[in-house]
Ligand binder design. Structure first.
Ligand code: COA
Length: 258
């Protein structure tokens, strides 16, 4: 892969989008490589993924405008659908995904971060959905995930004005969870990934699925779903040994995902 790097660091996978002269803009090729990278993750071994951009200036400066400029309606539809399918793959991965947003996260870059489970940002991160200034809508999930995350009023403001917001503002509105000095972002993201990786993997993926799949159910149905995920953990060795360890006042064995 030319523009997407995948590094296995014990149980954590670091994905870096690296198309630096173009500020990591998402062309079809980059999206295809991102798909390949996500599909290659061994979710039985890996327990958390961190996604970032190379170069320190941009996380991802959006979908590739040069490539989009001459697209026909049907080509644009295929491009949007492909982008959505790749981001959905990431969103539905069994293991949590953390976006380490280290600079411009514009358009498709902001949408990539939105498709991750957790967003951390560097102090120089900048977020925007500037598409309406280019004569298009957000096309990789921004019109759907942004309102769900930060509320419809603020999301519509960002989507209608295209305004850029700072990492600090993104923190205030719940678009990101933490802001760190640039040189601390990746270590902090990997540290959080390490904490997640040390927890019981069956419980983590059941938790992710309960949140994801329960979101649009009635509360009654969603609580039934949660009960099923809760119950499924009781078939795991990890649950038995961790609870015994707690009751016997000793540390649990490392979780095995069994
Ligand atoms: N698609 C294609 N190329 C892009 C790009 C994108 N989304 N974002 C940046 N680039 C390219 C620039 O065209 C430039 O290429 P060049 O060196 O061949 O001229 C290169 O990346 C560097 O960007 P540049 O604009 O020179 O850097 P800057 O520091 O002046 O500005 C940004 C940085 C991010 C503010 C500016 O590049 C920008 O606004 N990009 C587009 C963001 C956007 O609208 N994204 C949503 C797309 S739907």
């Amino acid at each position: 892969m030319e523009s997407v790097k995948l590094e296995q660091q014990e149980r954590v996978v670091l994905i870096t989008i690296d198309r630096q002269p173009m500020l990591n803009a998402l062309s079809r090729q980059v999206l295809a490589e991102l798909k390949e990278a996500v599909e290659s993750i061994d979710v039985k071994y890996s327990r958390c993924v961190v996604v970032t951009g190379a170069g320190g200036k941009a996380f991802v400066a959006g979908a590739d405008i040069a490539e989009m400029q001459s697209m026909s309606k049907s080509e644009a539809e295929a491009f949007g659908s492909f982008g959505n399918s790749v981001f959905r793959l990431l969103e539905k991965l069994e293991v949590p995904v953390i976006a380490a947003v280290n600079g411009f996260a514009l358009g498709g870059g902001c949408e990539l971060a939105l498709a991750c489970d957790i967003r951390l940002a560097s102090e120089n991160a900048v977020f925007a959905q500037p598409e309406v200034g280019l004569g298009i809508t957000a096309g990789f999930g921004g019109t759907q995930r942004l309102p769900r995350l930060i509320g419809e009023g603020l999301a519509k403001q960002l989507l209608f004005t295209g305004e850029r917001i700072s990492a600090q503002r993104a923190l205030e509105i719940g678009l990101v969870n933490h802001v760190y000095p640039a040189d601390e972002l990746i270590p902090k993201a990997l540290e959080m990934a390490g904490v997640i990786a040390a927890k019981a993997p069956i419980a983590i993926s059941a938790t992710k699925l309960a949140v994801e799949d329960g979101r649009f159910m009635s509360l009654d149905k969603a609580l039934e779903l949660e009960a099923r995920h809760f119950a499924s953990c009781f078939e795991s060795e990890d649950q038995r040994q961790a609870m015994s360890a707690m009751l016997e006042k000793r540390k649990p064995q490392p979780f095995r995902g069994e």
